[in-house]
Design a protein around this ligand. Sequence first.
Ligand SMILES: [Zn+2]
Length: 101
Amino acid sequence: MRLRKGDKVRVLSGKDVGKTGEIITVLPKDNKVIVEGVNVVRKHQRPTKAMQNGGILDKLMPIQASNVAAVCPNCGVTRIGYKVDGSGVKSRVCRKCGGDL
Ligand SMILES: [Zn+2]
C-alpha cells in the first residue's frame, strides 16, 4: 500500500464519497485505512465504570484503501509514484506534477 498515516486523501466511493481527510491509521494487513471524519459510526455505549452514564460515541471505521485517492497540494486527486535519488533514497512523488508527497 502506498498510503501512509498523515496523507491527505479523497474518498472515491461509499457513503462519504467526495470527502477529504487525513489518514489516521493504516491497516496494511486488511488493505484498509482510517480517515479523519470518514465512515463515522455512531455507537450507543452502555454505561460502564469509566463512563457512568453511557452515551453516544462517534467511532471511525476503516475503509478500503482502494476507495480513497491521494491528494496532492498542487493538483488535487492524484496517484503516488516513487522516485529514487542519486544516493538510493526513495521518496514518494505526485505522478502529475512530480512534487514530493
Ligand atoms: Zn501534484
